[in-house]
Design a protein around this ligand. Sequence first.
Ligand SMILES: NC(=O)c1ccc[n+]([C@@H]2O[C@H](COP(=O)([O-])OP(=O)(O)OC[C@H]3O[C@@H](n4cnc5c(N)ncnc54)[C@H](O)[C@@H]3O)[C@@H](O)[C@H]2O)c1
Ligand SMILES: O=C(O)[C@H](O)CO
Length: 312
Amino acid sequence: MDIIFYHPSFDNHYWVNALSRALPQANIRIWTRGDNAPADYALVWHPPVEMLKGRTLKGVFALGAGVDAILSQLKNNPDMLGESIPLFRLEDTGMALQMQEYAVSQVLHWFRRFDDYQTLKQQAKWQPLDEYEREDFTIGILGAGVLGAKVAESLHAWGFPLRCWSRSRKSLPGVTSFAGSNELSDFLHGTRVLINLLPNTPETAGIINHSLLEQLADNSYVMNLARGVHVVESDLLQALDSGKVKGAMLDVFNQEPLPANNPLWAHPCVAITPHVAAVTRPAEAIAFISRTIGQLERGEQVSGRVDRQRGY
Ligand SMILES: NC(=O)c1ccc[n+]([C@@H]2O[C@H](COP(=O)([O-])OP(=O)(O)OC[C@H]3O[C@@H](n4cnc5c(N)ncnc54)[C@H](O)[C@@H]3O)[C@@H](O)[C@H]2O)c1
Ligand SMILES: O=C(O)[C@H](O)CO
């Protein structure tokens, strides 16, 4: 079995060595320009079109959870990957725990008013503030898939009222489920902390806009852990300036790296991390990929296949 590997920023040699240990029966090589030799599988992130074009592969694995970049490449280059070639993405592989750490720490930061205490500290003011009540701190999770469901589970342990919004109704312990565009307004009404874990699709791009933000509870908080394209940045800035939204924690942006002149950097109510909410962990990702290739080779059911029409 032949496997080609390409990632623009990972240590490709490290990955190929680790993959070779996990799949000793496979010949795994780093793909470089001009390599047209046959391959059965391709493991990729932002691949050059020529890497995949014209190949008859048994499968392509994206080395991350979101496949928006590869699907948008496919849109512009429809012959890059034949319709019948399955595309897979990483499901969890250590990302859920990272999302849980991120979401729980930030929700607690807001709930315990550490943002307000930081402001008071800057004024050298010793001033105990009123406590927030849990029942006023409803958390709404946009997207209740692999990562959203796990984030809900970790916040459930802290006793917050929880709700989620997804395409189909979910059954998650302690979480009120809203489904479909007809129920989005009901989901937003009373939501104090909004956590975004949707995939980037034509339906979800720009979803966190003026109209959505207006429907949240007053003094709400927004956490974007999914993709920058979900947020209309000018609408979020306006909502922060008006006080409707009290704080935002953003990991992803329309333009990455976020340009130095973007007003989000300087906004006192915005916290920023550089697209690190959940990174691909080699050991777990390689275990998932090698297990899935084994299942495919044996003709078994697999998980993680992307529905190209649906867009995730
Ligand atoms: N910031 C980071 O470091 C980072 C890391 C990993 C993943 N991500 C992002 O997180 C996203 C989610 O990952 P996942 O593994 O949980 O995905 P997933 O496919 O398991 O879950 C997606 C969820 O979104 C819902 N959804 C999709 N389209 C919808 C629509 N139109 N209306 C309502 N609900 C809709 C689905 O029903 C599902 O519940 C990824 O697509 C990726 O963009 C970001
Ligand atoms: O989608 C993912 O896996 C992360 O956002 C890394 O890009």
